[in-house]
Design a protein around this ligand. Structure first.
Ligand code: FES
Length: 148
């Protein structure tokens, strides 16, 4: 049911933890399953490169695996490049997820966006395609699942 990559990232999640004095922090949840995820970003103010990224999740195995992969994918990228790390890209990197678990990957994407939003707000910058995060990703879930 789960790919080897999903199992690997679930059993050995990368970048678990928090960053002290993070440049941006984002927390999102899904009211349906009750899962919560928080992402911490350390961003270089000059280059806007994400130097480090960590996460904490109170979520299912797929949420752990997707956050682990998502943090790996955004590390070393600029904010603009990180915006292209969609939940679809994360799922592809994990060799897929069962359809009922697609919303878990959205949690990771939304948490990264929320952390980027936090950074952008603090620094008064605008990031193309970035909008105010929803506190509950369930609000946009149907639409996003159809897209996939
Ligand atoms: Fe909710 Fe996976 S079941 S994040």
């Amino acid at each position: 049911m789960y790919s080897e990559k999903v199992m690997d990232h679930f059993q050995n999640p990368r970048n678990v933890g928090e960053i002290e004095d993070a440049s941006g922090v984002g927390t999102v949840g899904n009211a349906k399953c009750g899962d919560i995820m928080r992402i911490y970003l350390d961003i270089d103010d000059e280059t806007h490169v994400i130097r480090d990224c960590k996460f904490k999740t109170f979520g299912c195995g797929a949420a752990v695996a997707t956050s682990s992969m998502a943090t790996e994918l955004v590390k070393g990228k600029t904010i603009e490049e990180a915006m292209k790390v969609t939940n679809k890209a994360v799922m592809e990197a994990l060799d897929g997820l069962p359809p009922v678990k697609v919303h878990c990957s959205l949690l990771a994407e939304e948490a990264i966006h929320a952390a980027l939003w936090d950074y952008a707000q603090k620094h008064g910058i605008t990031v193309e395609g970035l909008s105010k995060p929803k506190s509950d990703i369930h609000e946009g879930e149907e639409e996003a699942e159809e897209e996939y």
